[in-house]
Design a protein around this ligand. Structure first.
Ligand code: PLP
Length: 396
């Protein structure tokens, strides 16, 4: 048996375990100190009542012979796919239900979609970004090129027409930088992908946090995207489904490469390797779009965005350069005085007991930057920024 040697090329993912280890050591040395984390990437607020009620009703249905359901359609129940089609229609995007595939989250589909593409493709990935794009391609041994995101381009790199690519990743609003592409910038990527005969993989996991009405939530708001782009979305951050697991992937029927329909290939892949998302979970996901659900979801997003504003305001007052904090639950700040990410992490923890995520963990361009998140409570977020002010690490 020959193993997949590409796994030997993977870097060990030490980021969150190293953070946890350092925090543990700090707590042991300072047993009375209350550490506050602004590093958390998971949500903290519970599922909203509209969702839990729909799920409870679905559980009751599963307990009666007349309404029990076994295997569902691999690509999702009609009621949820229709609801998602209607959600897109509100933005002027016309989809057919068979172009929408319900998933157990964006992470799995972002990895699984690579089944459709040859290993001999060149992949273009922004740096820094959500590490899953790099690792899933390394596992298959694909050639990876990076687009440099940095302070000069506001962490929103644009395509370079002289660079050849077959598979292009975009994440907007971005994790970790919180930066969001405008319609004109996304159009540049759609035009580039089409000119290259490349496929664009668009991660919209944070679209619900966009507040500015001029910013696109979906790549399909951009003309031409329906012939080159696949979109991945998730209920994880929008509706607190990180532990419940549900997302969706849009594969338009206009995506035809080498005479093969990517929609048909994805359907074939899913019906072979996936057995669908639980009925109870899909009922909960559909309730996100009910009138009560929408109101409750909006209030939840607004709760986190108030934290984002609290952090952004404090950083502005302290004279710190950052992206995000608007239209995104992430705030990406430059470490003061040219400090390296891990040095700043250590100093912030040692001096004031506040934890964030070192930017270097998201790619080489993340060095010297630091990610804060809005997923905590109001109380903790306010306390953490007060501590940062008093840390003596910032000039103002
Ligand atoms: N995409 C991005 C950019 C993310 O940050 C995350 C989770 O942190 C995901 C996808 C994964 O989402 P899911 O929970 O739906 O798998």
């Amino acid at each position: 048996m020959k193993i997949n040697r590409c796994y030997q090329q993977l870097e060990q993912s030490y980021l969150f375990s190293t953070i946890a280890q350092k925090v543990r050591a700090y707590k042991e040395a300072h047993p009375d100190a209350a550490v506050i984390s602004l590093g958390i990437g998971d949500v903290t607020r519970p599922l909203c009542p509209a969702v839990t009620q729909a799920m409870q009703q679905a559980v009751a249905e599963m307990g009666k012979a007349e309404t029990f359901r076994g295997y569902g359609p691999e690509q999702g129940y009609d009621f949820l796919r229709q609801t998602l089609v209607a959600y897109y229609a509100r933005r002027g995007v016309t989809l057919q239900p068979d172009e929408v595939f319900v998933s157990d989250g964006a992470k799995s589909d972002l990895g699984n979609i690579l089944d459709l593409f040859d290993a001999d493709n060149t992949v273009l990935i922004p740096d820094p970004v959500y590490p899953v794009y790099v690792d899933t391609n390394r596992m298959a041994g694909r050639r990876i090129l990076f687009m440099d995101a940095n302070r000069q381009n506001g962490f929103l790199p644009l395509p370079d027409p002289s660079v050849r690519a077959d598979i292009i990743y975009l994440c907007s609003p971005n994790n970790p930088t919180g930066a969001v592409y405008s319609a004109a910038q996304l159009k540049a990527f759609v035009d580039y992908a089409r000119a290259q005969h490349a496929v664009l993989l668009f991660d919209a996991a944070y679209e619900a946090f966009i507040e500015d009405p001029s910013l696109p939530h979906s790549i399909y708001e951009i003309e031409g995207a329906d012939t080159c782009a696949i979109e991945f979305c998730s209920f994880s951050k929008t509706a607190g489904f990180t532990g419940t697991r549900c997302g969706y992937t849009v594969v338009p029927s206009g995506l035809v490469f080498d005479g093969m329909s990517l929609n048909k290939m994805w359907l074939r892949r899913q019906t072979t390797k996936f057995n669908g998302v639980p009925y109870v979970v899909q009922r909960g996901a559909a309730a996100v779009f009910s009138p009560q659900g929408e109101e409750q979801i909006r209030a939840g997003v607004e709760y986190y965005m108030e934290n984002a504003r609290t952090i952004a305001r404090a950083l502005t007052e302290m004279g710190v350069w950052f992206t995000g904090g608007q239209n995104s639950p992430y705030i990406w700040m430059q470490c003061p005085d040219g400090m390296l990410s891990w040095d700043f992490f250590g100093a912030l923890l040692e001096r004031v007991g506040v934890v964030g995520t070192p930017g270097a963990g998201f790619g080489k361009n993340g060095e010297g930057f630091f990610r804060l998140t809005a997923f905590g409570s109001h109380e903790n977020t306010r306390a953490a920024v007060e501590r940062m002010r008093k840390s003596g690490l910032f000039r103002r």
